[in-house]
Structures are given as structure tokens and as C-alpha cells.
Design a protein around this ligand. Structure first.
Ligand code: GAP
Length: 449
């Protein structure tokens, strides 16, 4: 095994550059100069995002017999957003600079600037804070009037609440039970720096757990711990994770209690997921606004009540940034810098790359056949270009956990070299054992700190 030494860690510049160079994430509409805060997922990025989504979906729906999924429409009846409180309360306080015309979130500029009404950028005069609603408004149908106004959903949660009765009646679940959903959400965010961290269009993975009100604290604690541990199974280092409890001034309009799971990004500790006790706020409001009965009847006790909701709300696109930041590593190997993405094998966009040592003497054909067979089990990649060391480095940089090299010995005894990304260790194994070995290594994978 080659000697290695730690060099340095991740920065946003390095991450953004790698994501573009290797096809994870591109700026939206780049050929037109880009659209700020919008990003496109390239061939490797979309694989990574899908794997993260699948991991969450399995954790929520497949591994729990009392959680089911739905996929609600992004566009909903405008009354939904009146009932949810978003039309009235989903606002940020904004100030404008009269001189440079820049707009800032009043809660994100230094207090003394705000007190003295001085722009933090140019020293010009600031306006008083005004409430700005974060929902994107548009019109449905050919007439643009007040009656045709609709909103792009700012959270996926409401699609679950309005379907509470439908799911209850069709799935015959008993409380406690959950409904999970993954999908796009939209917010007209003013502060959108830091790559895909905060964007106007993003994806959420939300689960709403309906509980008997006296048991809300118990289930809140249950989900808080479960969600924290989940990130460890995703391969995220524990030392980079922590809780943050919302103080009274931070609580969203619907929440009685809220904890964030925070991750230490290259730009500091920030929210990754929120666990909220939303009480009966949402179902009660939808009952009022729709006139429909959204109560639950306990068929044992005959008690009828409005369930409380414990919500786990994670950003999918934000988790992509966590997984990328956490995986990024640089080390010095034999005097050269090695960049490696230490993804959990289950998340890596490519599981196994197959190389012939050289193209000639039938090795390329042999390697192609092995790669073709492995496609039934994993996402694979075939590469015959350049020195073998360079091919390994290219795969390290996109986080491929296993590389298989076909050489002259393969022709004789049907064995190959299996190389491990993290340790760079190489072993010799029979071709037929590759799938089982990779599955075993993936299942037992533990990232070294
Ligand atoms: N339904 C509750 C809800 O939406 P939130 O704390 O506003 O709660 C939940 O959002 C998660 O959605 C956040 O923890 C974050 O991961 C993600 N998120 C929120 N706004 C985002 C944005 N503008 N860009 C990317 N992700 C965002």
C-alpha cells in the first residue's frame, strides 16, 4: 500500500470546481451567463441525488410498516396556503439600500448597520424593514387576475396534510402512522450564496407522523434520535453533526418545539434537517378552511381527536451538499496530491470501474465482458485510456469505491485485481467472486475518521 499523508480539507471553491469538472453539478443556463441560485445535476450528480433519495425512501417507507408514501402536485389550491399560514406568515424582513439598491435580510446584517440604517456594502441609507413573502406566485389559466393566483409550494408537507383523510381511508393505518414524500419546493430566497445550500428551487424529503396528542413528546424524542442516527448510516461523520434547538424567536409559525440537525459545512454549522412538533395546527386549520372533518376516531377507545404531527423535514439537495462536503478529502501519495470522494459505497454514483491493464492481446475484450456482467449488479464504468495510475485517480476523484483491473494473469486463471478506493489496497480475486465481495464490502463499510 502506498504511503499517504493528510494534506488539507474541503473548501467550497474546490468542491464547486470538482462538481463542474466531473459532471456532478453545473450552473443553470450556463451558456446564457447562468441563472443565479439555480443548478443542474449532471450525469454523476443525478445518480448521487437519486441514491440519497432512495436511501431515505427505504429508511422511511420500506423499513417501517406504518409509513406510506405519496407524491402530491406542486400546484395546490390557493386556500391551502391561507390555511397553512404561509400567505400571512411565511415572510422575511427585508431592507433596501437607497444608494446601491441592494436588498438584504434584516436579520442577516450586523445589528449596528440596522440600528444606524447604514448599508453594509456601500454605507448608503437603508429603508425600514418590510415583510416580504417567500412564496412564488403565478397564475393558472389564460386570465391573470386575483382569482387565478396560485403558488408554487414552499414545502411538500401541505400535500400530505390535505391527503390525510384519503390515505387514512385507503391504507387502513392506525395512529401512530406516517406519510412520506419527496419533491420540489420553491422559495423566493434573497440570500442564495454557497452553491446548492440555499436555492430558490430545491427538493425536500419530508415525513409527517400523526400521533395521539398526549404522546407528542415521546414521538418527538423518538424521531429526533432516529434522524440523527440516520446520517451516520449514510456515512456522514458524527463529529460533523449536532443538534440545535430553536429558541422562541426562531420557531416557525406552526411549531411548538423544533430541533435542527446541523452539519459543519465549509462555511460553518448550518441546518440540514428540522424535526418539528407541529401540534394539531395544520389539520385544525385545514378543517376550518375546507369545512371537512379531519379528525381521527380511535376504534378501541372510541375517542375522536385531531392528531398531532411530528415532522421530519430534510433537504434532499442540501443533503447532496453534505454528502459531497463530507466525502471530499485530499492526501499526499508518493509526492502527489490525491483527491478522493469517500462516499459510502451505496451512495457512490459509480460502484465499480473496470480497466484492462493494456488494450492489446485481448485484455480489452475480456475487461468489457466482465464489466457487462457486473452491470446486472452495480453501476459500472469502463475505462481503457491512459496509465493505470491515472485511471485510478480519475475514479478516486468521483468516489468510485472499487476498481477492477484485468491483466495477463486474468487470461490464465480468471482472477482480477480488486482495488479499494479508501486504502488503495489491492487484492487478487476470482472474477466470479466480484459481486459477492463488493456487496459484502459495501454492507460492512465504515469510514475511517
Ligand atoms: N415543512 C417544514 C419545512 O419546510 P424548513 O426548516 O423550512 O421546514 C426543511 O425546511 C429543510 O428543507 C431544511 O432543513 C433544508 O434542508 C431544506 N431547505 C429549506 N429551504 C431551502 C432552500 N432555500 N434551499 C435548499 N434547501 C432548503
Amino acid at each position: 500500500m502506498a504511503a499517504s499523508a493528510e494534506v488539507s480539507g474541503v473548501t467550497m471553491d474546490k468542491l464547486v470546481s470538482l462538481c463542474k469538472r466531473r459532471g456532478f453539478i453545473f450552473q443553470s443556463s450556463e451558456i446564457y451567463g447562468g441563472l443565479s441560485s439555480a443548478w443542474d445535476y449532471g450525469p454523476l450528480g443525478v445518480e448521487l441525488k437519486k441514491r440519497i433519495q432512495n436511501f431515505w425512501w427505504k429508511e422511511m417507507t420500506q423499513l417501517n410498516d406504518n409509513i406510506v408514501g405519496i407524491d402530491a402536485a406542486i400546484m395546490m389550491h390557493p386556500k391551502v396556503w391561507e390555511a397553512s399560514g404561509h400567505v400571512e406568515n411565511f415572510t422575511d424582513p427585508l431592507v433596501d439600500c437607497k444608494k446601491c439598491k441592494q436588498r438584504f435580510r434584516a436579520d442577516q446584517i450586523p445589528k449596528e448597520n440596522l440600528e444606524k440604517h447604514i448599508c453594509p456594502e456601500c454605507g448608503g441609507e437603508l429603508t425600514d424593514p418590510r415583510q416580504f413573502n417567500l412564496m412564488f406566485k403565478t397564475h393558472m389559466g389564460p386570465v391573470e387576475n386575483d382569482a387565478s393566483v396560485i403558488y408554487l409550494r414552499p414545502e411538500t408537507a401541505q400535500g400530505i396534510y390535505v391527503n390525510f383523510k384519503n390515505v387514512l381511508q385507503t391504507s387502513r393505518l392506525k395512529i401512530p402512522f406516517g406519510i412520506a414524500q419527496v419533491g420540489k419546493a420553491f422559495r423566493n430566497e434573497i440570500t442564495t450564496k454557497n452553491f446548492i445550500f440555499r436555492t430558490c428551487e430545491f427538493e425536500q424529503m419530508e415525513m409527517q407522523y400523526f400521533v395521539y396528542p398526549p404522546e407528542d413528546e415521546k414521538w418527538f424524542e423518538f424521531w429526533k434520535e432516529k434522524r440523527f442516527n440516520y446520517y451516520k448510516t449514510l456515512g456522514v461523520r458524527e463529529k460533523k453533526l449536532r443538534f440545535h434547538q430553536h429558541g422562541p424567536n426562531e420557531l416557525a409559525h406552526y411549531a411548538k418545539k423544533a430541533f435542527d440537525i446541523e452539519y459543519e459545512f465549509p462555511f460553518g454549522w448550518k441546518e440540514l434537517e428540522g424535526i418539528h412538533n407541529r401540534t394539531d395546527y395544520d389539520l385544525k386549520r385545514h378543517m376550518e378552511f375546507s369545512g371537512k372533518d379531519l379528525t381521527y376516531l380511535d376504534d378501541q377507545s372510541r375517542e375522536r381527536y385531531i392528531p398531532y404531527i411530528i415532522e421530519t423535514s430534510a433537504g434532499l439537495t442540501r443533503t447532496v451538499l453534505v454528502v459531497l462536503s463530507d466525502a471530499y478529502d485530499e492526501e499526499e501519495v508518493a509526492g502527489e496530491k490525491r483527491v478522493v470522494l469517500r462516499f459510502h459505497p451505496d451512495l457512490a454514483p459509480i460502484t465499480a470501474a473496470v480497466f484492462p491493464l493494456v488494450k492489446k492481446d485481448g485484455l480489452a475484450e475480456l475487461a468489457k465482458n466482465i464489466e457487462k456482467d457486473l452491470r446486472k449488479h452495480f453501476t459500472t464504468f469502463y475505462d481503457q485510456g491512459g496509465a493505470i495510475g491515472r485511471r485510478y485517480r480519475r475514479q478516486d476523484e468521483v468516489g468510485t469505491p472499487f476498481c477492477i483491473t484485468v491483466d495477463y494473469q486474468t487470461k490464465e486463471d480468471n482472477t482480477v485485481t480488486l482495488r479499494f478506493r479508501d486504502s488503495m489496497e489491492q487484492i487478487r480475486i476470482p472474477v466470479k467472486e466480484i459481486p459477492a465481495r463488493i456487496k459484502k464490502e459495501s454492507a460492512e463499510y465504515r469510514r475511517k475518521e
